[in-house]
Every structure is written in C-alpha cells, then in structure tokens.
Ligand binder design. Structure first.
Ligand code: SF4
Ligand code: SF4
Ligand code: SF4
Ligand code: FES
Length: 763
C-alpha cells in the first residue's frame, strides 16, 4: 500500500513527507539542524531537555519538535532569535551544575554537550552558585561514572530497558540531586556498555579505556565484529599500532546495529595487542620436542615438504584442511582453494559448532535482516538463546515486541530471559526441538509430537494459529539444536506458511562471526565434519592443516586425536590446545590487522578493515595459505591483496556474484548475498526421518525450570576474552569491591587458574 503523503513547510520551504512522520526527523532529513539531547530515534520519548524547540504557526508557544507528529499544511520555523534564546537558556541551566573538566574528560572532543555549547551556548556562565559536587565512581568493572556531568536525558535508562530488557540503571534522588544510579550500588547486568555509548556526555564511561587516549588521537577504522554471527559494525580506535577502544558511535559508524554493541564486541578486544600473541613462526622438529622459533621461509618450506611427504605416501585424502568460522571469507576461500586445487583432498571442513549446509541447500525464502526482525509482526524462535549468543538479534526481538507490538513465539527447553516478552512460550523437554519442527511440517501429527515434547497438543495448535493469523512479516529463527533433517524442514516451512498478506523470512542463529561465510566459501562441502576428521586422525587422515583451533566441544573425548597425526600445521593468534600438538605453528593476524569480509546471520557481506599493522610477524591467514600453496607449486595469483581474493570469490561463488570491495563500502547500505531460493519440494524423506527420531524419544522426562542468569554465556572465558582482565571478574560472579571509588581491578584478585566451564562459542 502506498504511503500517504502530506505537505509541510519548514523555514518557508515546502516538502512532501509521509503522514505520521515526526517533526524533528523531518527537519533533520531536510537538512535543518535541530539540537537535541533526550530524543533518540526508536526509543520511547523523554521530552525533557527542551533543546529541540521550534515555532509552529497557530500554536501559542514554542514546541518541542521531538513530540510533534507532522500534519498537513503545518508551517514550521526552526531558526529565529526567539528559538535561539530559549535554547541558549536551556544550555545555561544544563551547565549550571556541570563541572568544567572537559580537558580531563574521556568524552572531551566527542561530547554532545560540548558541541552543543559551542554551537548554541552562551559565552558567559552567569550561575555563580557552588556546584553540586558528586564524586566519581565505578558502577561495574566495565562502567565508570562521573555523576556530576549528567544532564538527565535518560537515554541510558531507556536503552537499558528497551534494547537490553534489563532496567539495570535508573534515575534516583530529586531535583538538582537527581543522579543516574544502580539498584544496590553495583551493576549486575550484561555489561553491554550501550548506556556508555548513547550517553551524550562524559557521565558514563568505558572503565577499560579510562584516561588512556583522547578521541582525536585515535585513527578510526570502520570494521565488523569478530565475535558472534550478528556482525555488528563498529569503529576500531587505534593509536600507534595499538587498538585502544571499540565504539559503534553514530558519528563514525552507520551500520545495521546503530549504536548497539554487546560486551564482547565493545570490550573484548585487548587480545589484539596482548603480550601472549604468537611472535614468530615455530617448528617442532621432532614429536614431543619443543616449538623452536623459525623464519617464515623456513616454516613454510618445512610445512610444505612434510605435507607433501604425507600425501605422496598416503594419497591426497590423507591431508585434511580445516578452516574456521572466525576468520574472513578471504581466509576460508584460500583454504578451500588449497584443499581442492593444491591438495586435491575431499577432507576439508570448518571448526564450527554445527553446519548450516542442510538449511542453505533447501532455503525456501530470503534471510531476515536485523531490520526485518525489528519490524516483524510475528517472530518464531525455535531453540537458541539470542540474548546471550547473538545479542543484537536479542535486542531486535525485544524492540520488535516492546516498540513494535510484534508477537513473539518461543519454543525452548529453557525458560530463557526473552520468555518475559513472549506472547506464547512452549516449554519443551530438553533435546526435543526436532519434534516441534516435525509437528510444524506435518499438520497431522500434533498429538504424537506433543507427547514427546511434554506439552498439550493445543499449544501447537495455538502456535500454528498465531502464525497463520499474521499479516505482515513472519520471521522464523532457530538455534543449533536442530539436526540436518529439521534444518531442511525449517528452510522449507516458508512454503507452508507463506500467504498473500504474509512474507516469511528465515534467520539462523549460528555461533560465530563468520559461520555463514565459512559455509558460503564451501568449507562445509567436505566429506567429513571437523569432529569426524578428528575421529579419523591417525587412521585415514595422517596430516592436518588447520586455521584457528578446534572447539573444546570437538576435542572433548578426543583429547589425544591430534597427537596421532604424522604432521599438523596450525595458524593461530595464541598457543592453544590445538597448537599444543602442532609440528608447525604460524602466527596469524587478528581481525583488527587484516582486510577482508565477514558474512553475518542476515547474509550481509560486510567489510573487515585493517586498523593496525599485523603485530610481531603475524600475517593474514589467506596470505599464509597462498605462501604454502606457492611452496607446493601453485600460484594463487592473489598478488598480496585481499581485494584480489575477494574478486575471485565474486567470480566463483554464485551468491557473491558481482561483489567487489567498492560495492561494500557504504555501511548504511549493507549488501546481502544472493542465496539461491529453492522451489517448494517434497519433504517426505526428512519428515519420515524426523518421525523416526521423534518416536525414539522418551515419553517422559523433566523440564528445565530455571532461567539462566544474565551473562551466563557472555561472561565465560574463551581464548580471546581470557585476555581482558575485567572478564575474569565477571566470570567470577562480578563481586562488589570494597569501595566504588577505585577500579575493582585493583581491589579484587581472581585466580585465573580456576577451572571454569568453557563458553559454547568456544576456544
Ligand atoms: S551496561 Fe548495558 S545492561 Fe548494564 S546498565 Fe548499561 S545499558 Fe544496562
Ligand atoms: S548518564 Fe548520560 S545518558 Fe544517562 S541521563 Fe545522564 S547524561 Fe543522559
Ligand atoms: S552482538 Fe555479536 S556482533 Fe554485535 S557486538 Fe556483540 S558479539 Fe559482536
Ligand atoms: S529532544 Fe525534544 S525535548 Fe529533548
């Protein structure tokens, strides 16, 4: 349906705007500057700062443009002596109690209050009263706070509530003594730092970067997060080869995540310049011996000779090539090319927690973007725990429900936190997720499935009814619990639920930043999975070439598998349980040191840009693979350029056809890979397979009744988060320090050797 258009005049110029548009947005969109503090697009209105004043014809007083919806024929003035005088007075009030400490404030140079004062403020401060002193403090290991700088715009409390669903901070006190604080004096939250990001002043601050650098000293590089599959866009701030901080601040980045980042994306970067990074290539000349530093030439030559000896003696399939869902598309493509064109082996894989191949091979509809999720009418989540494992997806779901009145349908064995937003929660027995998919794909078997799920068959009927009553977008999401046959059925549910007034979109929830890219680059097409390759180690598989490391879940119960290999080459950032068995270790560059692309769970192909030169002697993964290939007699023709690798990807991988780096340069206009949409097909084989698996499930069993605590996955220590001291405090339960005046890092010591459960998202 075409959007109705109305006419509005702003500063004597006429514009056609969509009916229902907000005046502040219209003015800004048409190029008229409107100052504001409390207005924040897509958050509930606060309307307290009164900076956004405009004059509207026929209205008696100046109006706050953030609260006005445009009407046909509205005549608006945004600039006049009267308006400017009112705005200057508002700023004067805001500054009455504000300390003049911009020279020592971390926000100095990128503070909205500072900028506004330059543009709209008075030159003189007429208030001579004593300022209401409030001491600086820490709210958590991640959030520092200077309460006196607060202008009470309440962006922080609103993002905490609406984006995070946590409501962990609130305004307390009255009048001039109002301060933003926590419940109980210490933040027990997911530590996302979004309150820091949206704070227009230096009131809430990144405690891990405090007083480390001034914003203008930092080179800003727009890149993509290297943790989860949501693929948040971010700005990497570096100085002299050191990555100092990460923000999603709107002035630098304009990505699909807006100013949202989670704790890992924002604070999880100190591994990049960490002293434990591998410094040189290493060779272990004999099994059980030590790894000895070597030159790149020596290490590549040694690795090539030994790999060749293994394949010459045992055939090409004796060599397994293993990529990673953490490294770039360029790196994984180079590995795929190595496996298929140099080694000629059928044994290649990626170290992901699960493969999305069955899903993509049967894709019945487009992937939902995060924007589609935000504006969906109904969201069906089967398994998964996005608020801990894909936090941007979690935020979009919450906003779709809270700000967009979407219906959220959750099928999960755990009462995850999102359940409080759900219109329907189907609480199933652990391990029965496939039965729900079977029931959805097979209309007649609700009762049999319900028995195994431990629910009433009416719950499935109600689920189906809500879905079929949806007018608008239905987004179907699923976690890693589904097996291959269930993935196929989910990918094809679109043909069952699509209708003229309903679009069905799909959103997988893989764990890693480039799980989708590792699939797209072909690494899931090999003869065996990563775990199966480990099982074959020492038997049919005699040597391995691994980028990154195996997940703890892969190695569990297979601790000795890698020791059985004749030869193991690993390229990594750090020494790990995988490099412990390597005969050659090659230092790889991190996401902050390379150019490339990641593909997120929307299918968005997003740029990774080099922020700092590779540390020590590290090299980009694709470059290492190309060097090994060259030593084995194959010139990849990459010409030392990631863009050349990507050009080849664009030429050879149909979903990436025509893509080049210049096409991906605008973060505000992300590019989705063009996956082949498969025509509806007969699902009988998969439904039959599911039926058999479901019938084998027990008829009884307990359910999990406890909602897991915030951070139970986010705070787990992995190889990367291990390098952030503050994460150790969080993993130890975020103990409250004796005093909030001093960083808890200097007050609480956590024994790093304590045994802790590993993160699902791995090593
Ligand atoms: S860090 Fe995140 S969850 Fe914690 S108070 Fe700030 S916005 Fe809320
Ligand atoms: S702490 Fe920052 S975001 Fe929160 S109310 Fe104060 S100025 Fe606004
Ligand atoms: S939600 Fe995922 S992609 Fe975004 S910052 Fe967090 S870990 Fe990174
Ligand atoms: S922006 Fe309109 S009142 Fe604050």
């Amino acid at each position: 349906m075409a959007t109705e258009v109305i006419k509005v005049s702003v500063n004597s110029k006429e514009f056609e705007v969509p009916k229902g548009a907000r005046l502040i947005d219209v003015c800004r969109d048409k190029g008229f500057d409107i100052p504001s503090f409390c207005y924040y697009s897509d958050l509930a209105l606060q309307a307290s700062c009164r900076m956004c004043l405009v004059r509207i014809e026929k209205m008696p007083k100046l109006q706050t443009s953030c609260t006005i919806i445009c009407t046909d024929g509205m005549v608006v003035t945004t600039q006049s002596e009267e308006i400017e005088k009112a705005q200057r007075s508002m700023l004067e009030f805001l500054l009455a109690n504000h300390p003049l400490d911009c020279p020592v404030c971390d926000r100095g140079g990128e503070c909205e209050l500072q900028e506004m004062t330059f543009d709209w403020g008075g030159l003189e401060e007429r208030f001579t009263e004593k300022k209401n002193y409030q001491p600086e403090r820490y709210l958590s290991p991640m959030v520092a706070n200077d309460p006196q700088r607060c202008i009470l715009c309440k962006r922080c409390t609103r993002v905490c509530d609406e984006w995070m669903g946590e409501d962990a901070i609130e305004a307390g006190g009255r009048g001039a003594n109002t301060v933003i604080g926590t419940y109980g004096g210490w933040l027990d939250c997911s530590q996302c730092g979004n309150c820091i990001e949206v704070c227009p002043t230096g009131t809430l601050l990144d405690a891990t970067y405090r007083h480390q650098a001034r914003p203008w000293e930092l080179a800003q590089t727009i890149s993509t997060c290297g943790y989860c599959s949501d693929g948040c866009e971010m700005s990497l701030g570096s100085r002299a080869g050191e990555l100092m901080r990460i923000v999603a601040r709107d002035r630098y980045v304009n990505g699909h995540n807006g100013e949202f980042l989670c704790i890992k994306g924002r604070f999880g970067h100190p591994f990049v310049n960490h002293e434990a990074r591998l410094r040189t290539p290493l060779i272990r000349y004999k099994k059980g011996g030590k790894l000895i530093p070597a030159t790149w030439d020596e290490a590549i030559r040694h690795a090539a000779e030994k790999l060749k000896a293994v394949t010459d003696a045992n055939g090409p399939d004796a060599l397994a090539v293993v990529g990673s869902p953490r490294i770039t598309n360029e790196a994984n493509y180079a590995l795929y090319k190595f496996a298929t064109e140099v080694a000629g082996t059928n044994n290649y894989a990626a170290t992901d927690a699960f493969s999305l191949k069955p899903f993509f091979d049967n894709l019945g509809a487009a992937l939902a973007t995060h924007r589609d999720i935000r504006y969906a009418k109904t969201i069906l989540l089967i398994g998964g725990e996005p608020e801990e494992l894909q936090p941007l997806t979690g935020k979009q779901i919450r906003q779709a429900v809270s700000n967009g009145a979407a219906k959220l349908l959750i099928v999960n064995s755990t009462p995850i936190r999102l359940v409080e937003h759900a219109a329907q929660f189907i609480h199933i027995r652990p391990g029965t997720e496939n039965a729900v998919v079977w029931a959805l794909g097979n209309i007649t078997n609700g009762t049999a499935a319900a028995q195994k799920l431990g629910i009433d068959a009416n719950e499935l009927a109600a689920l189906r009814q809500t879905i079929t009553a949806t007018e608008g977008d239905l987004v179907i999401m699923f976690g890693g619990e589904l097996d291959a046959a269930a993935q196929v059925v989910v990918a094809q549910l679109t043909s069952i639920f699509r209708a003229d007034n309903r679009r069905v979109l799909l959103h997988p929830l893989p764990l890693f930043n480039n799980s989708v890219g590792a699939h797209d680059m072909g690494l899931m097409n090999g003869a065996m999975s990563a775990a199966e390759l480990l099982d074959a180690a020492g038997n049919s598989v005699r040597a391995m070439y691994v980028a990154g490391s195996f997940l703890p879940a892969h190695l569990k119960g297979r601790e000795e598998a890698l020791a059985k290999l004749d030869f193991l080459v690993v390229q990594e950032l750090f020494e790990t349980d995988t490099t412990a068995f390597a005969d050659v270790v090659l230092p790889a560059a991190s996401f902050a040191e390379v150019d490339g692309t990641f593909t997120n769970n929307d299918g968005l192909v997003q740029r990774v840009r080099q922020s700092i030169p590779p540390v020590h002697q590290a090299k980009p993964d694709w470059m290492i693979t190309a060097a090994l290939a060259a030593e084995l007699g194959k010139d990849f023709g990459f010409q030392m350029s990631a863009s050349t690798v990507f050009r080849e990807i664009g030429e050879r991988i149909p979903a990436y056809a025509g893509l080049r780096y210049p096409v991906l340069k605008d973060e505000s206009n992300p590019v989705q890979a063009r996956y082949k949409i498969v025509e509806p097909r007969d699902l009988s084989p998969e439904l039959d397979e599911l039926r058999k698996a479901v019938e084998a499930l027990p008829d009884t069993g307990n359910k999990l009744s406890v909602t897991p605590k915030v951070g139970h996955e986010l705070f787990k220590i992995s190889t990367l988060t291990d390098k952030v001291s503050q994460f150790h405090l969080l993993a130890a339960g975020n103990p409250r320090p004796d005093t909030v005046r001093v960083s808890p890092l200097y007050q609480i010591t956590v024994d790093a050797k304590l045994e802790r459960e590993v993160a699902v998202s791995g090593d």
